[in-house]
Write a new protein. Structure first.
Length: 256
């Protein structure tokens, strides 16, 4: 009798163990299917990304673009615009334009269409933004009291346009500073356009040129500026070094 009970317990233990293993097996298969689905969806996103002008201009891998807040902001602005502008519109990204000697200025995004050359300084920030037109620095503030100071983006973009005009001076330029929709422009006093991303299309629709560019002129400007997006790593490293030197000098002056 006792043996039968023990056998019964063992049988039930085996049955329960098998049920648990079967359930885990099913859950494992389900998790695996989800993983494969996610990988498939991601691969589709990567393939779509690689067809964009952003990728073809920057050659930046998909994951690197996602992990870099600045690059992701540029890409999101491009996505916002690419299907809502004329077919003749051309885009350029991360153009290293010479200023003087070996000095360069980097332009986040350039859009060329019949109304001229649109020069975008993109800020993928999420705090409250405050700054004045002629201030050297602007401020991003957060609820926890933290603050981050950054160079006046209007002055940055003015330098961008100045550098571009040395290369192409017979077109109309439209500079624009674009913050992400997560940013709050709570105290921005500027006579140059500073907006959030969702307002860009409305702004572009107001920028009409008295001398419309032809398709040929748009292509010529694009071809002239494109090489500045394909500079060597040495040029990019030198640009980063110049920015670091500028920040170090600035910090030194502030502490004197």
């Amino acid at each position: 009798m006792e043996m039968n009970v023990e056998v019964g317990i063992i049988v039930w233990a085996i049955i329960i163990t098998m049920c648990i293993l079967y359930r885990k097996h099913k859950e494992g298969k389900k998790a695996l299917r989800k993983l494969f689905q996610k990988q498939k969806e991601k691969q589709k996103l990567i393939e779509e990304y690689q067809q964009t002008e952003y990728y073809q201009c920057t050659h930046l891998p998909y994951d690197e673009m996602l992990d870099d807040a600045g690059r992701y902001g540029e890409y999101m602005l491009y996505i916002e615009l690419k299907d809502c502008v004329s077919q003749d519109t051309k885009f350029l990204f991360n153009a290293y334009i010479p200023k003087h000697a070996n000095d360069t200025t980097e332009i986040d995004m350039i859009m060329i269409n019949e109304n001229g050359v649109f020069v975008f300084e993109v800020k993928n920030y999420s705090g409250w933004i405050s700054g004045r037109n002629n201030s050297k620095q602007w401020c991003e503030s957060f609820k926890n009291g933290e603050q981050y100071f950054f160079s006046n983006p209007i002055i940055q973009n003015k330098h961008h346009v100045d550098a571009l005009q040395k290369i192409i001076n017979n077109v109309e330029y439209h500079p624009m500073v674009v913050f992400s929709d997560d940013a709050g422009l709570v105290n921005v006093d500027a006579d140059t356009d500073v907006i959030v991303m969702s307002e860009v299309l409305d702004w572009i629709s107001t920028q009409q040129s008295s001398n419309s560019l032809t398709e040929q002129q748009i292509n010529e400007i694009y071809e002239k500026l494109y090489p500045y997006t394909q500079v060597s790593q040495e040029v990019k490293d030198r640009h980063v070094y110049q920015i670091k030197q500028y920040k170090d000098r600035k910090q030194h002056i502030e502490f004197q």
